[in-house]
Design a protein around this ligand. Sequence first.
Ligand code: ADP
Length: 453
Amino acid sequence: MRALALVCLVAVGATAAQAFGQHSAWGGLGAAFAALLWLVWDNTRRLGVITWLRGEDGKEPPEVGGFEGEVMERVHKRFVQKDGMAADHATRLHEFLQAIEASPNGITLLLGDGRIEWCNPAAMEHFGIDVQRDRLQYVQNLVRHPVFAEHFRLGRFDTEIEIDAGASRGRGDMTLILRVRRYGEGRLLLLSRDITVLKRSERMRRNFIANVSHEIRTPLTVVRGFIETLQQFDLSKDEQQRYLTLIAQQASRMDTLVTDLLTLSKLEGSPLPSIGEWQPASTLFDEVLNDARSLAAVLGHTTQRIVGDVPAQLELAIQPSEWRSAMTNLLSNAVRYTPSDGQIAAGWRAMPDGGAEFYVQDSGVGIAPEHIPHLTERFYRVDQSRSRETGGTGLGLAIVKHVVQRHGGEVRIRSQLGKGSRFALYLPPRRVRAQAPVSLLAAAKVSTASRAD
Ligand code: ADP
C-alpha cells in the first residue's frame, strides 16, 4: 500500500513537472520533490505514533489512518483493557485488605527474622503495637511473654500456643491463642485469637458446677446422716419424728435449689418476652404480697408490717410468670432478712421518664457496700448461715436480674448496714402505659410524697 502510494506520488510529480517545464530533467526533479514530500509526510505520521506510544500525547491515539492508524487503534484497545484489569485488581486488593482489617483475629506480617512489616487493628489491640511506630521492630521485643519467646526461638511452628497477654502487658484479663505460619520467601505470618471471653465462660461454668455440687451435697450429707442414725439406733417415736422432719426440710431445700436452677436455665434458653400482652400492675402485685405475708407467718415474723401501694391506672407489658418469680424473690428476701418487728413497703411507682419501677424497701439487717455489686451473682451470699437457715439458695437475685434484663430493665440496690435495704426493678417506658399519661402519674406521686414529708 505504502509502496504503491509512493510510486503514484512520484509518477504524478514527474508528469506534472514535465508538463510544466517541457523538458525531461523537470520530470526527474518533480519525481524527487514528490518523493521528498512523501518522506516528510510519512515520517510526521510515524513521529505521531512514537509520541503517542511514549505517552506524551494524551491517551486517545491521533487520527492518522492507514497502517499506523490501525496499529495505534489496536494498541489503544489493549491499553484500555489492561487499565480496566488493573483497576479491577486494585479494587479487589482494597476489598481484601479491608476484610483483613475488619477481621476479629489478629494478622501480623513478619520478615523472616521477626521484624514487623504490617498488622491489622486486631493484632494492634492484642499486642499493644502501633503499625506506624513499631514497623521493623522485632516482634519478640514487643510480645514479651516467655512462652512466645521460647516458641519463636525454637522456630518449630507446627503447634499453636496460649499466652496470658494481659499479665505481660500489665492490663486486665486477656488470653490469646497464637499461631505462626511460614509463607512466601522466608516470611512469617503471626495469627492471634482472643479467647478471653471463652476462658471466662469456661471458668464460670466450672465454678457453677462446683457450686451446684456443693449445694446439693450439703443437704444430702445431712440426710444420709439422719438416715444412718434412724437405722442404727433404737429411737423413741418422738425422736424418729424429729429426724424425719429434719430429713423433710433438707429434701425441700434440695427441691427449691433444683427449682431455682431450672428457672435460671429456662430464662437463659427462652426467647425475649414480647411487648404484646398488657396487664394491670395490681393483678400480680396482690398475689405476691399475699404470698409474702404467708411466708412471714410461716417464719414466725408475726409482727412484721408489710404494706403495698400500686397506682390503679398502671399497665405493664411483662411476662407474668417471670415477674411473679422476680417479685416473690425480692419480697421473700425482705421478709427473711428483716426482724419480726420490722417494716416492709412494696409497690409499683411510675417514673418521670415514662418507665416504672417495682420496689421493696425493708428495715432489715442491711448490706455492707462492698457486697452490693456481687449480690446478683449466682450463689453469692453475704451471710451464708442466715441464707441457708431461712431456706435461701443464693440464686434468687440472679433470677431477678435475668428477668429484669430480659425486659430491658435493670436492678437498682440501695442499702445501709443495720438500717435496711431498697431493691428496685426498673422497667423501661416501652413496657409501661397508663390510662393517664405515665408522666402525670409520676408527677402526682412526687407531689403526694413531698406533702407527706
Ligand atoms: P438467698 O437465697 O441467699 O437469699 P439471694 O440471691 O436472694 O440469695 O440473695 C443474695 C444475698 O443477698 C443473700 O444471701 C443476702 O445475704 C443478701 N440479701 C438479699 N436481699 C436482702 C435484704 N433484703 N436484706 C439484706 N440482705 C439481703
